[in-house]
Write a protein that binds this ligand. Sequence first.
Ligand code: SAM
Length: 222
Amino acid sequence: MKIKEIFPGVFRIGDDLFTKNLVPGEKVYGERLVKINGVEYRFWDPFRSKPASAIKKGLKTFPLEEDSNILYLGAATGTTISHFSDIAKNGVIYAVEISEVPYRKLMDLSKKRFNIVPILADARKEKEYSDFIFGKVNVVYCDISQPDEVEIFIRNCEKYLKDDGYGMVAVKSRSIDVVKDPMEIYREAEKKIKAVGYEHLETVKLDPFEKDHAIIVCKKTK
Ligand SMILES: C[S@@+](CC[C@H](N)C(=O)[O-])C[C@H]1O[C@@H](n2cnc3c(N)ncnc32)[C@H](O)[C@@H]1O
């Protein structure tokens, strides 16, 4: 089987995306495992995980590296985080989740994947979890489906992102306005991000994997 590393830690086998399994033999959400030359890879499902959808849709900047420290807002049960944990295997993923039910699953995941630090908190109150985050991070990733998501994302970037760090925000247009044209909502989000002086790198629409969603990638340039 032909395998190609298309971003650090992200592999393409045929048409599918995979990450190298940090915990061989263990699945996180029922995903397919494949072994090539003695190394186990986990299928990264673009219908279950937005960064995988974005990569499938031609994302050009995927800023994660082996030693990246990441602040992840809206961790849920850790589906996407498990792949970030495969990729940033020598880094730390600070995983913020507001709801106790998914948080319990996230806690279980962090017992097997030592680079995940689960934090039960509201991403709107970014000052309240500063004791859990050591130093500034390389990447802030935000996926919380809230009407004020972009503002929450920016506040967290201002507080926790390194000066040359990258931000990624998954915008669900219907969470912001159900009737407005999604493109208009993405443009408004880009405007807010540029207004704080960040460089807008790209916006990738996620359909058909996720309807009315886009991922916006930016760089803090201060
Ligand atoms: C779309 S789901 C995230 C899916 C996850 N990112 C993945 O790909 O595996 C959104 C999550 O954000 C959480 N959330 C919503 N508002 C939040 C807030 N203010 N602070 C932290 N988490 C929040 C929800 O409880 C939910 O688990």
